[in-house]
Design a protein around this ligand. Sequence first.
Ligand SMILES: C[S@@+](CC[C@H](N)C(=O)[O-])C[C@H]1O[C@@H](n2cnc3c(N)ncnc32)[C@H](O)[C@@H]1O
Length: 314
Amino acid sequence: MNNHHESEKSPAKPVRKGLHPKNLHNQGYDFPVLVKSHPPLAPYVKPNAYGELSIDFADPLAVKTLNAALLNRYYNIVDWDIPEGALCPPIPGRADYIHHMADLLEFGLGHEQPSIKLLDIGTGANGIYPLLACQIYGWQCVGSDINPQSLENVATIITNNPKLKDRFTLRTQHDKNHIFEGIIQDGEFFDVSVCNPPFHASLDEALKGSQRKFNNLARSRGELKATTQSPTLNFGGMGAELWCKGGEQLFLKKLIRESQEYATQCRWFSSLVSKADNVKPAKKLIRKLGAVDVREIEMKQGNKITRILAWTFM
Ligand SMILES: C[S@@+](CC[C@H](N)C(=O)[O-])C[C@H]1O[C@@H](n2cnc3c(N)ncnc32)[C@H](O)[C@@H]1O
């Protein structure tokens, strides 16, 4: 575990509104420190329009290298990499989810918690939630996915980091219509399950979404429209990572319905919900299925608001 960056003298930066108080990225990114500990980041760091050191967040290689640097510096993960086009997760937001789950389980920082078991539904090629949960809290993690190439990539990350070998295991979901079935084994118990569902309903919708994101970034850099080509490559994850039939809404429905069948095998079920409209029907379904507690946890990162829905039948 590597939580000791607080002692470093870095220039005072405004506290980011909204991130969890325990989030190591509350003060923004300290690029000189990151470059020092991860020199491959150096060529991507330049002053932005406000004269502050930054990277071009529309450049996928720059973002990927920033992630590798953050995981290295703050979470002691080496050689993190993802294939071209794979979803590149913003680390501060993903860490927030894990901290909120620790709150839910009423566990604080400061000591290893190897008895806590986390299940990550759809761990992707990046394996981000288990990587953070292992390294921040010392939890035991299982990651599932339907995509064997994604899991192969996470397996490589685990091989590169032998300390994860006994703490992070991978399981293939062979039926894309199932969530927990075939993954949670007989007699097995998890403390919490997390999920960042595929949110778009079609590849076309996913592409349009990424173009919007891309244009927003261009605008924030003072350009009228994106000058760089190929948003598909720049916002990867265009395969099953970002879309599934029925989109986030249907995925959530499946997740909630199946959670009831595993009600006694996981204390807290949870999922990110990106689309605000999906919250109400999801909560309604959760209550209908007999959950005894439902929580909606709001997370803010910059202007973006997402929420976690968490529920328990215990
Ligand atoms: C939006 S990505 C999330 C990746 C990673 N957890 C993250 O937050 O960056 C959704 C992932 O869910 C996977 N997936 C889709 N259907 C699934 C299912 N039924 N069971 C497990 N994973 C699934 C996709 O392959 C994809 O990797």
